[in-house]
Design a protein around this ligand. Structure first.
Ligand SMILES: [Fe+2]
Ligand SMILES: [Fe+2]
Length: 139
């Protein structure tokens, strides 16, 4: 497994983070009513985590000699709260999977700090998924 493959994988993660930051900001503006208010609160906290992830990935990609992407992944824009939450949950779980996959890649290349941090990020996304699952139960 090469360093180029790792850089490419991390850039996919970074594009996903930019997309999530935009999606959560967008959804925050479109979340109405009492449940919407609860969703807004959670999304606004999670945006801070995702910004931290994006900043870390940017630094690591530069350190590995790559060019960090500034292009976010496209995202769907459902109108109702339940569909928003289902989309977000699906995307968070996908992020968990990708971070775990890339942590293994980092380990194979002997990038110890990166491996550990990617696993921590997988754990944070998993926490986001748990919050969203809780919200979904009440919708
Ligand atoms: Fe993230
Ligand atoms: Fe997340």
């Amino acid at each position: 497994m090469s360093k180029e493959a790792l850089i490419q994988g991390l850039n996919e993660d970074l594009a996903a983070e930019w997309g999530t930051i935009m999606r959560y900001t967008y959804q925050s503006g479109k979340a109405f009513g009492l449940r919407g208010a609860e969703l807004r609160e959670i999304l606004e906290q999670e945006i801070q985590d995702e910004l931290g992830h994006a900043a870390f990935l940017t630094d690591i990609i530069v350190d590995l000699g790559g060019e960090p992407t500034t292009t976010p992944n496209e995202f769907a824009k459902p109108d109702d709260l339940k569909a928003m939450l289902e989309l977000d949950l699906k995307m968070e779980l996908q992020d968990v999977e990708n971070y775990n996959k890339h942590a293994k890649l980092a380990e194979e290349l002997g990038e110890v700090e990166l491996k550990v941090r990617l696993e921590e990020m997988a754990a944070e996304e998993s926490g986001h998924a748990r919050e969203l699952r809780r919200l979904l139960k009440g919708v």
